[in-house]
Design a protein around this ligand. Structure first.
Ligand code: ADP
Length: 489
């Protein structure tokens, strides 16, 4: 299918009710990772434009926060419906700028919309509390109020969902937001901005600024009106944002890197485990923070399980995401390719072996050199980079273990603590292992746990805060304690 990106998304930033370019006239090129074709150019904004977006949000905030919950629900509900109405267009656009297979892009749009739908419903359930006082003369009220103007910085791997799971809860709580999408994937963000206007959010409640990450983030940190930053991206950038946020003691939610273990015990349903492991590993070409990066298999079922995985991975069709039946698209850019190559080379140097894949493939002429074959490597040891660092590619490192204790120890041997998975049919083991894993999200016989109603987020260096469910909305509220005296006659 040929995709004509013309008119599929605005090429300007949304500040208040205006679509604007950068003051400098600078632009950023968006290229299709499958072909290197120029898809569009978007504004290369910096601090001044960001300050105007914060002005617009601060201006819109008082009216928006004083709306009733029911009134805030209406445009949220409408935005959900518009995203589903335009699902195909948004999916095509996402595949074009990000590379993921079209079927995955369609799935992401529905997933992204589900956060807006959930937020529309949850807006009506942001409850406070009354607490028994210790004096008959007093009443204690606990109010939940919106944080205020919030900023979001989002990554390229889920160009729509990483925005909506911040934007939906923020708007439900009565906050206004300025979003800075990743430079690789601004078009999905701008398309969402356009739909937000069509959904009749008041101008200024949703603002989208594309451009220089450091300059835009700097403007957020310099402005005490910005009360919270929600960031999804690398642990390295997250650490530096944490330092900058300290100047104004800005609230932070950070969803950072992961290095998920996936454990297969010898009592597992091996077919289900192999299907789950491959789907999880290969989603978005392995470029998600919850992809299984360390597959641990109990020795008695090792050969059978790895064989099942291998058969599934060798059947996967590699090609441009827009082509029929493709399950594995290109990596996002050349740096990503170099990182995958370096991790595999380091592992092979230290004694690992390739079971399948192990290098770039060229599905056909006219495509860029960014298609990495679905790969399994074996003989993994703890001194390898692939054991310690996120690879962000379609490479499954597999390691054998003997006992449950050993598996838990290996699984917890990481600075990260985002998602972990395991397969077992033993109910006692299921609870024991779920409790022992030092991770924020556990998939027990489930390799696809993410969903709008559950709290998603990490422990250790995987982040701070949770997104999803009522917890995701609470992140955009402040508690206020009102002590009400003089009640007795
Ligand atoms: P990834 O490795 O997924 O690209 P990054 O952490 O580099 O993760 O990027 C995630 C988001 O953070 C993107 O929107 C990017 O533009 C932004 N970003 C990158 N570096 C900085 C920085 N120094 N300050 C603020 N934002 C940044």
């Amino acid at each position: 299918m040929t995709i004509n990106p013309k008119n599929m998304a605005p090429r300007s930033c949304l500040i208040g009710a205006e679509w604007v370019g950068a003051d400098s006239g600078e632009t950023i090129e968006v290229r299709d990772p499958a072909t290197d074709e120029l898809v569009a150019s978007v504004p290369g904004c910096a601090a001044a434009e960001t300050r105007r977006a914060i002005d617009a949000a601060a201006k819109a905030l008082p009216k928006w926060r004083s709306r009733t919950a029911q009134e805030r629900t209406r445009p949220l509900r409408r935005l959900y419906e518009l995203m589903m109405r335009d699902r195909e267009r948004l999916a095509l656009l996402m595949t074009r700028e990000q590379g993921k297979p079209l079927a995955e892009a369609r799935g992401e749009i529905a997933y992204a919309a589900s956060f807006i739908e959930w937020a529309a419903e949850e807006a009506k359930r942001i409850y406070g509390l009354t607490v028994p006082a210790s004096s008959p003369d007093k009443r204690i009220l606990v109010l939940r109020q919106p944080v205020g103007v919030c900023a979001a910085i989002t990554p390229w791997n889920f160009p729509a969902a990483m925005i909506t799971r911040k934007l939906g809860p923020a708007l439900a709580a009565g906050c206004a937001m300025v979003v800075k999408p990743a430079e690789q994937t601004p078009l999905s963000a701008l398309a969402l901005g356009e739909l937000a206007l069509e959904a009749e959010f008041p101008p200024g409640v949703v603002n989208i600024v594309t451009g220089d990450a450091k300059a835009i983030a700097g403007a957020f940190f310099d402005d005490p009106r910005v009360r919270k930053l929600s960031f999804t991206g690398s642990t390295e950038v997250g650490r530096s944002l944490m330092k900058s946020a300290s100047d104004h003691v800005m609230r932070l939610s950070l969803e950072l890197g992961g290095h998920a273990p996936l454990i297969v015990f010898d009592d597992a349903d091996l077919e289900a485990a192999a299907a789950g492991a491959v789907a999880n590993k290969m989603r978005n070409m392995g470029q998600t923070c919850i992809c299984a990066n360390r597959i641990l298999v109990q020795r008695g079922v090792y050969d059978e399980f790895v064989g099942l995985m291998q058969r599934r991975m060798e059947r996967m069709k590699v090609g441009a995401g827009s082509e029929q039946g493709v399950e594995v698209g290109p990596l996002i850019d050349d740096d990503a390719v170099e990182k995958v190559k370096a991790h595999v080379a380091d592992a092979l140097d230290k004694g690992a072996t390739v079971r399948t894949g192990g290098g770039l493939v060229k599905p056909h002429k006219g495509l860029a050199n960014r298609f990495y074959a679905p790969t399994i490597i074996e003989g993994i040891t703890s001194d390898m980079r692939i054991w310690r660092e996120e690879t962000f590619g379609p490479v499954a490192p597999v390691r054998a273990f003997d006992t449950e204790d050993e598996a838990i120890k290996l699984a917890n041997d990481s600075i990260y603590g985002l998602a972990a998975y395991f397969y077992t049919r033993d109910a006692s083991r299921l609870m024991r292992v779920a409790e022992a894993l030092e991770y924020g999200v556990i998939g027990a016989n489930d390799a696809a746990p993410s969903t709008a109603q559950a709290p998603f987020g990490g422990v250790k260096q995987s982040g701070v805060g949770r997104e999803g469910g009522r917890w995701g909305v609470e992140e955009y509220t402040e508690l206020k304690f009102v002590s009400w005296g003089g009640v007795s006659k």
